[in-house]
Ligand binder design. Structure first.
Ligand code: NAD
Length: 376
């Protein structure tokens, strides 16, 4: 029987990789669970609740000394040094960008599984932390925008006068964009959304948005569920759409990402300058280079014409209890796959595409990058 360590995150991260509920399931899978003291403090999961769920609450070095360590963010060099010889770490590791993390884990002879490398196949959806966190982030982007916006989202007719609804434009209707459309329309706003993948049109309308197509003679095709870079013709037509929308709408939330590339620039400084004073932009792609000219990662900027641009990159962490619950559930679903005997023994099967795709280092051997996964 192996022991799983749930370790505390560094300052600035409010999430934790397990909750009392997910700890119970890990124990049902045959594991012992040790939680670092205070690991759930920022997400409203006190040590006592972990203890009641059957975990032991231990010191930092003890939690890190477990055979399997579960974590949200990549380990720092100091944390890598705390891992036991031959341990397995499961966390978001940004393997494509963080060669330093991969190499440090390799040097230590560790096995490292990257939660952010789960392939986009239906079977893996229940383990996909990028999707679960994007969903939360899209919702929270609307909450942040509503907080900054000095008006109602919903229209009202009151004795003191008529209030028009806010108009919201969502750029990119993937997981985060759809969550933002749902949240903004349920607050009563008029919501419009655009995305180069025409198949999202029905999804947008089904949750109360209006789909704005960018009309060009091409269809965006994707074989793996990810968007590809758009053409010059598409970008020119999209730029005209954004310029027209920027003059009309009150809120813009951008979510456009292209895996392996910097985020596409969608909203120019001229578009921002054309917006009404009091308008709000949330650039959810700020950390990937930004969809909006002038957005700054982690910052709230107010432009000379009174437009607030939010570049927050911690939107999921701003709903820490729920984010931890969904993250922890994704991890439990992965551990069910990795524990076929339900006997507290982790078995890594490289014939399984999910397990192969997420394994970055196996017993100190680099296994990154994995073979490409084709989605039918
Ligand atoms: P993402 O985070 O990679 O990108 C966000 C959105 O940006 C996408 O909708 C993309 O089309 C859009 N985009 C790219 N370039 C753009 C541009 N120039 N202008 C405007 N928008 C642009 O994508 P995501 O949200 O993670 O998911 C995209 C799709 O993949 C969704 O339909 C989702 O359901 C699917 N998905 C499936 C699985 C699975 O089956 N396991 C997992 C994750 C996502």
């Amino acid at each position: 029987m192996s022991r799983i360590g749930i370790v505390a995150e560094s300052a600035g991260e409010t999430r934790v990789a397990a909750t009392p509920t997910t700890v119970r399931t890990l124990i049902d899978l045959g594991y012992e669970v040790a939680v670092e003291r205070g690991a759930g403090a920022s997400s409203s999961f006190p040590d006592d609740a972990f203890a009641d769920a059957g975990a032991s609450v231990v010191d930092r070095s003890d939690a890190w000394a477990s055979e399997i360590v579960l974590k949200v963010n990549p380990p720092t060099p100091d944390e890598v040094a705390l891992l036991a010889d031959g341990a397995t770490i499961i966390a978001m590791l940004s393997p494509a960008l963080r060669a330093d993390v991969r190499e440090s884990l390799q040097t230590r002879g560790i096995t490292a599984l990257a939660l952010d490398a789960v392939p986009r196949i239906s079977r893996a959806q229940s383990m996909d932390v990028l999707s679960s966190m994007s969903n939360i982030s899209g919702y929270r982007a609307v909450v942040e925008a509503a907080h900054e916006f000095g008006r109602f989202f919903t229209g009202q007719v009151t004795a003191a006068g008529k209030v028009p609804p806010a108009t919201v434009l969502i750029a990119g209707a993937g997981v985060a964009g759809l969550a933002a459309i749902g949240a903004a329309s349920s607050l009563g706003a008029i919501v419009r959304a655009t995305d180069p993948r025409p198949e999202v049109a029905d999804q947008v309308t089904s949750i109360g948005g209006t789909y704005l197509p960018v009309v060009v003679d091409e269809v965006m095709e994707s074989t793996d569920g990810y968007a590809k870079a758009t053409s010059e013709a598409y970008d020119a037509a999209a730029a005209a759409l954004y310029s027209a929308q920027a003059r009309e709408v009150d809120i813009i939330i951008t979510t456009a990402l292209i895996p392996g590339r910097p985020a596409p620039r969608l909203i120019t400084a001229a578009d921002v300058a054309s917006m009404k004073p009091g308008s709000v932009i949330v650039d959810m792609a700020a950390a990937a280079g930004g969809n909006v000219e002038g957005s700054v990662v982690g910052e709230r900027i107010v432009t000379p014409n009174g437009v607030t641009i939010l570049g927050y990159s911690d939107l999921a962490s701003r709903l820490p209890a729920q984010a931890s619950q969904l993250f922890g559930t994704n991890l439990v679903n992965l551990l069910k796959l990795l524990t076929p005997g339900k006997d507290g023994r982790l078995v890594l099967d490289f014939d399984d595409v999910v397990q192969r795709s997420i394994t970055v280092v196996r017993d100190g051997e680099s296994t990154w990058p994995p073979p490409p996964v084709q989605v039918a």
